[in-house]
Design a protein around this ligand. Structure first.
Ligand code: KIV
Length: 278
């Protein structure tokens, strides 16, 4: 039977759900791995079969599912059913739920209350929250309660208005502050940290300095893992950021399918007998 200690996180034949121990072991082996967002059971199932070891039910659902301009309006009640669907649609991936804006900032107790809802009502295996030193006590509280926590630093979308727009973070001296934030998250017990929208050299510096894995999104090639919003990665989003490589044209394929369906209905070519009951 394959062992989780030796099987790679991506591409191996590991039994069971991915755990925080597997993620720590991958860092120790110097292995790189992929993470994607997911918001529904069917696409989550496809990513699970493709071997993506960690799926994030991101508050990016605000943009790609609910059609907002930012993630700020997203609520816990918006994300719980999506998280539950992703858990139901998968067998192997660790499912991480994003704590949305306003659900955790007030206090460690607020963070615990929010995280507990995701664990109990949706079956999430871990939660993610944004911020560094200012949320270190929140992370400690969750970890003490037995909840795995993923941090998120850099161009954290919930702070978009404080940043004055979606701008690269961590240039110059701000890079030192981000490194301190990353170390604070590690010390507080986070099992991994997302680095978003920072210079590649800073991504490399933080990755080198931490014992927990870094997960980059616009943070260069040296992060331990890489994450993308699946609609950006698969070419469904009409616009996507510079760092988001498009690996498919799902938007084009859907447009073609919808147009062909519409034309066949309009011309009477669909449904034929094959698609009808006797
Ligand atoms: O909400 C999200 O999808 C995220 C990732 C982009 C890291 O936070």
């Amino acid at each position: 039977m394959p062992s989780n200690e030796t099987e790679p996180l991506y591409g191996g034949r590991r039994p069971g759900r991915v755990t925080v121990r597997d993620i720590a072991a991958a860092k120790a082996r110097g292995e790189k791995w992929p993470m994607l967002t997911a918001y529904d059971a069917l696409t989550a199932g496809i990513f699970d079969e493709a071997g993506i070891p960690v799926l994030l039910v991101g508050d990016s659902a605000g943009n790609v599912v609910f059609g907002y301009d930012t993630t700020i309006p997203v609520t816990i009640d918006d994300l719980i059913p999506l998280t539950a669907a992703v858990v139901r649609g998968t067998k192997r991936a660790m499912v991480v739920a994003d704590l949305p804006f306003g659900s955790y900032q007030a206090s460690p107790a607020a963070a615990l209350q929010a995280a507990v809802r995701f664990m109990k009502e949706a079956g999430a295996h871990a939660v993610k929250l944004e911020g560094g030193i200012r949320v270190a006590h929140h992370v400690e509280e969750l970890v003490a309660a037995g909840i795995p926590v993923m941090g998120h630093l850099g161009l954290t979308p919930q702070s978009v208005h404080a940043f004055g727009g979606f701008r690269v973070q961590g240039r110059g001296e701000a890079g030192d502050r981000l490194l301190h934030d990353a170390k604070a998250l590690e010390a507080a017990g986070a099992f991994a940290v997302v680095l978003e929208g920072i210079p590649a050299a800073l991504g490399a510096r933080i990755t080198e300095a931490l014992h927990i894995p870094t997960i980059g999104i616009g943070a260069g090639a040296d992060c331990d893992a890489q994450v993308l919003v699946w609609q950006d990665m698969a070419g469904l989003s009409p616009r996507s950021p510079k760092f988001a490589k498009r690996y498919a044209d799902v938007g084009g394929a859907l447009r073609t399918a919808a147009t062909q369906f519409a034309e066949e209905v309009a011309s009477g070519a669909f449904p034929t007998e094959e698609y009808s009951y006797r």
